[in-house]
Design a protein around this ligand. Structure first.
Ligand SMILES: Nc1nc2c(c(=O)[nH]1)N[C@H]1C(S)=C(S)[C@@H](COP(=O)(O)O)O[C@H]1N2
Ligand SMILES: [Mo]
Length: 436
């Protein structure tokens, strides 16, 4: 006779004594909270990144109904995007061991036969496929986008955005079905632990604790019918998962804290340009060389900033810009990839003063910013009116008391409070205020 226990569809195939509702419930409850935070911080990131005014800077093409919630991202507090995106990326990376352990803990269910016992069961299994597939997709695309320059067919942003909605819909359905059981399991486990620890009964007439853990009915499909002898306790296994998460957290979070702590971010992407020391010695995203910006392009004799508004166009050299009223702002750069800098001291011309030069006094409109850079998705950006109006928003010419370095955007770059780094266009060549 064939030994069915050698097929993954047979419960006897799965031998780990760790599997069971207790293990799965704890991990599930951690993910319930964690993934909800990931979803919210992720949606918020799209609102920040996606001004929804210019199709050129709309990183969510055809966002359609899913873009219903997009709003004007505020410019206060200046560390807002450092916080939301630092949380998004750090938490996402920290949750990887929990996600993997959770999937491992329920893997027998994925193989169970028959594929569907009823229509309801079939629907549940399809939703599980979306849940598992969506979860793996979101975590994988997120990590790859942070760690590698570019690996996707099409832009990362719509992929991660659509994926998030599919994943989260399946996640909500799953959470509604399973959270009550998970909470009950964990609560019973805690009560059982307290009783086992030898707490005296509340009253001599109180019913004695049940002889075995009632949360693990022997027929629970997660419990192996033929478990191997344990090599680690459930608590030990949860400790390993938690330890893995802690290690990832400690080797990631430094990139969002910035400053000297950045060096602890061993898992932050490397191989990027070394910013060196001095006033310009902070994180560089894309170097001038990468963007094919040459000294000839940015030389005083050739570079002119072209500013257009309803009153016409003006052209300004760097010397002329330096003669305009210069302002200072202490602002960080916070990249969608999760890293950010501490506040840097920028000096330059207010965007709203430049708007006023071309006929937009008082109430400046949106601006479309274009770089000298010819190729690449980040060579242009559109800023909302509230970002232009903020007195801290600058076309920066200097940073930390020195001229911008070529890698940080010499001769001029945009810096806007609380905005994602991608809106802080470097090597600016043209500003167009108002409707295009
Ligand atoms: N022209 C241009 N500007 C750009 C980019 C770019 O690739 N090209 N990268 C943007 C991104 S994604 C970030 S995070 C910031 C980083 O600025 P930094 O390199 O000065 O730290 O610059 C932004 N400005
Ligand atoms: Mo970025």
């Amino acid at each position: 006779m064939r030994d069915h226990s050698r097929l993954p569809s047979s419960p006897g195939f799965w031998r780990s004594p760790l599997r069971g509702p207790g293990f799965t419930s704890v991990l599930g409850l951690v993910l319930l909270v964690g993934i909800t935070v990931l979803f919210v911080t992720g949606l918020v990131s799209y609102a920040a990144y996606n001004p929804g005014l210019s199709p050129v800077n709309d990183q969510t093409p055809d966002k359609g109904v899913l873009g219903f919630y997009l709003f004007a991202w505020p410019t206060d507090p200046v560390w807002l995007y450092r916080l939301t995106q630092g949380m998004h990326v750090t938490l996402g990376i920290t949750l990887i061991p929990v996600l993997l352990a959770k999937l491992w803990s329920v893997v027998p269910k994925l193989f169970a036969l028959p594929p569907a016992r009823s229509v309801a069961h079939a629907l549940e299994r399809i939703s599980l496929l979306l849940l598992v597939g969506g979860g793996l997709f979101e975590f994988t695309t997120g990590v790859l986008n942070v760690q590698l320059d570019y690996v996707f067919p099409g832009s990362f942003y719509p992929l991660h955005f659509y994926g998030a909605w599919v994943f989260f819909a399946a996640f909500v359905a799953h959470a509604v079905l399973k959270t009550p059981t998970a909470l009950r399991t964990v609560r019973r486990r805690l009560t059982a632990d307290t009783a086992a620890a030898g707490d005296p009964p509340v009253s001599p007439h109180a019913p004695s604790p049940p002889p075995h853990d009632p949360s693990v009915p022997p027929q629970d499909p997660l419990v192996s019918p033929r478990p191997d002898p344990p090599t680690v306790s459930r608590r030990g296994a949860l400790g390993l998962v938690g330890g893995g998460s802690l290690l990832l957290f400690l080797t990631t979070v430094g990139q969002s804290l910035g400053g000297p702590v950045r060096r602890t971010a061993l898992l932050a992407p490397h191989g990027t340009a070394d910013p060196g020391g001095g006033p310009n010695g902070f994180q560089i995203n894309k170097t001038a060389a990468y963007a094919h910006i040459t000294p000839a392009d940015t030389h005083e004799d050739s570079w002119r900033l072209v500013v257009t508004g309803r009153a016409g166009t003006v052209r300004l050299g760097r010397a002329e810009l330096l003669r305009l009223p210069l302002r200072s702002s202490s602002l960080p750069i916070a990249c969608v990839e999760g890293w950010s800098t501490t506040d840097q001291w920028w000096r330059g011309v207010r965007l709203r003063d430049l708007a006023a030069l071309v006929g937009h006094d008082g109430d400046p409109p949106d601006v479309f910013v274009e770089s000298l850079q010819r190729h690449g998705a980040f060579r242009h950006a559109a800023l909302r009116a509230n970002q232009v109006a903020d007195p801290r928003s600058l076309l920066a010419l200097q940073v930390n008391g020195e001229d911008l370095s070529p890698d940080h955007g010499y001769p001029a770059r945009v810096i806007v409070p609380a905005a994602p780094g991608v809106l802080n266009t470097k090597w600016v060549a043209r500003l167009t205020f108002g409707d295009l």
